[in-house]
Design a protein. Structure first.
Length: 252
């Protein structure tokens, strides 16, 4: 299992997208993967689609993990993390898409850099998953202080090496913006994140209920600085201004 990549996908009422997302995993040029679909008690036809793909992959390569109740994305990802068999952990949101070479290139990059935490560039996509041409480029590295003002790490682009970071360290905090809170937690421990500046992901913006509410996004980031990171008002305001500027520039 030393080369196995465990792909964790929180699933909740995504029958409109989940088939295309599963297919983008099947199309990966890196063949050493398992797909963990953590179903969070949705009410649409997502389960039927997943079960069909499970039948096409006997042996447990595609695994359905059912939550006992609706518990949210952070707990879904943490459940997937606990049940993952691979050394490497990759996150994929159920409505996002990967380029076929995403895992292969990212894993090679991780080994070249001897890194514990890597992320890639990405492209915004419309409701149909078609790229808009707006590509987000990423820096070569990010440490904790840099990341506070530059939350450019997008969940669907990341990969972790659990030989270098303990799985317990990768548990997502149960709070809003749990993914960014995790990046901060990992980087605060002294890890450096390495950015592969290649467009290997399509970020489907439509339907992102949290991200679509700009006021709520501002409130979540401010609370991260003040409550999760324990920063003072002045320092929080400093990082917040840089975060807001970069977030706006990414979307223009």
């Amino acid at each position: 299992m030393d080369e196995l990549i465990s792909i964790i996908v929180p699933v909740y009422n995504v029958e409109k997208y989940i088939e295309e997302t599963i297919r983008c995993v099947e199309a990966q040029t890196c063949g050493s993967w398992e797909l963990l679909l953590v179903e969070d008690c949705g009410t649409d036809g997502t389960l039927n689609i997943i079960e069909r793909y499970m039948d096409e992959h006997p042996g447990g390569r595609i695994r359905l993990i059912r939550q006992p109740s609706n518990m949210g994305a952070a707990r879904a990802r943490n459940r997937g993390l606990r049940e993952a068999r691979g050394r490497y952990i990759a996150y994929l949101d159920a409505d996002d898409l990967w380029m076929p070479e995403k895992l292969e290139r990212e894993l090679r990059f991780m080994k070249e850099k001897n890194a514990a935490f890597v992320f890639t560039g990405y492209e915004f996509a419309d409701e149909r998953g078609k790229g808009t041409g707006k590509i987000v480029h990423v820096p070569e590295t990010l440490d904790y202080r840099q990341a506070l003002s530059n939350t450019t790490i997008f969940t669907t682009t990341v990969m972790f090496d659990t030989d270098k970071i303990a799985r317990e360290q990768l548990e997502m905090p149960e709070m809003k913006s749990e993914d960014t809170a995790l990046w901060f937690k990992v980087l605060r421990s002294g890890v450096t994140a390495y950015g592969l500046d290649e467009n290997l992901v399509k970020y489907r913006r439509a339907g992102k209920s949290l991200s679509s509410n700009k006021l709520e996004a501002l409130r979540r980031i401010w609370n991260l600085y003040r409550k999760a990171e324990g920063l003072g008002v002045a320092e929080s305001a400093w990082h917040f201004c840089f975060w807001a500027f970069r977030a706006m520039r990414r979307r223009l």
